[in-house]
Design a protein around this ligand. Structure first.
Ligand code: 1PX
Length: 214
């Protein structure tokens, strides 16, 4: 199937996560945030019902982009350099929130947890059958990941919004990667890179006891 040259495709978005990991196994923030920006664009195309999700995601990406373009930008090249810098400078609220601005560590932690949802959701889409329901895949992925960190009201709003998701085939099509089969093949290629980014981040945050930042 011919795809317009400038058409938005989830392929490029997922490819951003592919370029995140360096040879030294560092996770670069530039492509990481570009990947998130693309996912948010995709989320917008799913309609206003998800605007409460995209608002929060945009706010978090914006915080990180400000750090990456700010005075200390060289400290925010990778997740590793960010963790080292913020911890050494006492910029991270470890127990409870103070009046300090949101640290990069706590902000990335929220995106990192959402990346786990994305990983499960895309894997569910990939391995589903034609009549699998996207809303069910999405709810199951959410309950197995992000839901544990959200209060009741957000969980409720999320579960209601998931019911508005299109069927699996329609969903694979709006990803704009080609036919449903081509989209499934692309997911098979892209997912290992997302898993890799997730795994490295998880290990880094666990090592520094940053997995429960308030
Ligand atoms: C091919 C599939 C592509 C789908 C792209 C979808 C991109 C989804 C982006 C989701 C980003 C969610 C970030 C959430 C971060 C978060 O957990 N924030 C909470 C905690 O923040 P705080 O600063 O207070 O500690 C915050 O309370 C969250 C508020 C908004 C609700 C988040 C609901 C998350 C549902 C995730 C599923 C999105 C559904 C997409 C449908 C395909």
């Amino acid at each position: 199937m011919a795809v317009e040259a400038d058409a938005f495709s989830l392929r490029e978005v997922l490819a951003a996560f592919q370029t995140c990991v360096t040879e030294q196994r560092e996770v670069l923030l530039g492509p990481y945030l570009r990947g998130w920006r693309g996912l948010i664009r995709f989320l917008h195309s799913l309609g206003a019902i998800f605007s409460f999700v995209s608002k929060d995601a945009v706010a978090k990406v914006q915080i990180m982009e400000n750090y990456c373009g700010g005075e200390q930008r060289e400290k925010y090249v990778s997740l590793q350099s960010m963790v080292e810098y913020e911890l050494a400078s006492g910029l991270v609220d470890l127990q409870k929130r103070s009046g300090r601005p949101d640290s990069g560590c706590r902000t990335v932690l929220r995106l990192h947890r959402a990346l786990r949802w994305l990983q499960l959701f895309l894997e569910g889409l990939r391995t589903g059958t034609e009549d699998s329901r996207t809303s069910v895949i999405c709810t199951d992925s959410y309950n197995a990941s992000l839901a544990a960190y959200h209060p009741w009201v957000i969980r409720k709003a999320a579960t209601v919004a998931f019911c508005a998701l299109p069927s699996r085939n329609a969903f694979l099509e709006i990803m704009n990667v080609g036919t449903a089969e081509e989209a499934v093949a692309m997911l098979g290629e892209a997912l290992p890179y997302i898993c890799d980014v997730y795994g490295i981040t998880q290990e880094l945050f666990a090592q520094h006891k940053l997995l429960d930042l308030p």
